[in-house]
Design a protein. Sequence first.
Length: 381
Amino acid sequence: VNSRLAPMGTTIFAEMSALAVATGSINLGQGFPDTDGPEEIKRAAAEAVLAGHGNQYPPGAGIPELRAAVAAHQKRFYSLDFDPDTEVLITAGATEAIAAALLALLEPGDEVVAFEPYYDSYTACIAMAGGVRVPVTLRPPHFRPDLDALRAAVTDRTRLLLLNTPHNPTGMVLTRAESEAIAQLARERDLLVVTDEVYEHLTFGPEHIPLATLPGMRERTVTIGSAGKTFSFTGWKVGWVTAPPALVSAVRSAKQFLTYVASGPFQYAAATALALPDQYFTTLRSDLERKRDLLADGLSAAGFEVFRPDGTYFVTTDISGLSDKDGAAFCRELPQRCGVVAIPNQVFYDDTEAARSLVRFAFCKGDEVLAEAVERLGRLG
Ligand code: PMP
Ligand code: GLN
């Protein structure tokens, strides 16, 4: 493997999910729900297969029905208008959208400013594109962005800001004031913004504010979404990009040579899912909020310091109150000690010291699974 990828090793998610299977542990590592999304959406996928919809290569930009459904979703929730033909692109999950956006928009040596901890594919894709990552560190207990540090991180070589709100792994959701400050910086320094909003519907209190809704941002922003998180079908790998025509076209130039197209029949099912009534989205959120509290309260009782998240599937904890100090060692031993798998946050940082004792747990699991996990973690002592 080349020198750009060699430092990336194997993704932590593959490693920890394999460990969970090998040890028969409860997997609170990789973020995927243990219950599938709505029955009617599964049926839509099955019917698409049987009706012969999408079993052969779909159109390169995605099927028209799904592009229209993505545009309608942006309109329904955010009053954003996107032309389904020129401003929407369907991708193989958000993962491909991130890769294609970075490969399309970066020249070798361009700097990308992003908050760390970063989702692991960001570092790999910036590296594959020949870019240089410039981290701005989010720190406990609130993981709020330091806007002065962000401003200071931007140089003449900065090409784009890579944002993620709600933020994995911290669960931080950018406030309107923070988003406005970021938008002002982007406008002043004429930066592009790539914003990963896959957890847009998973917020517990604070409102999700798409960067593209702020003044002067629609024309410089590539917004990324995914059916995986919103509809609890992470295996389907249906994602999308919304952006002005020139940016969609750029992302598509890279995307066409990555997968060309993906997820044929699932694109039809995702189009159906995006049209689900508001009630679906409200229930998803309230179910997850209950799960967050179940796990957060249990972890607190078990001696973890808990940083209760405002969004996502994840709760970050500090293990210093237990006997351990190093999250990586802790996560390696956790399956043997109590049959639970978690993720050490330091894998998401360049500044690993800033996250030495931080550990992430996923709460997108059955209530009874979370209760059992909490009981096991309570025996750690
Ligand atoms: N971005 C973030 C922040 C994520 O947590 C994930 C993983 N769920 C992805 C992107 C990838 O999404 P997808 O499964 O749609 O490729
Ligand atoms: N996004 C999920 C997480 O953060 C994992 C996705 C993956 O396995 N690549 O846990």
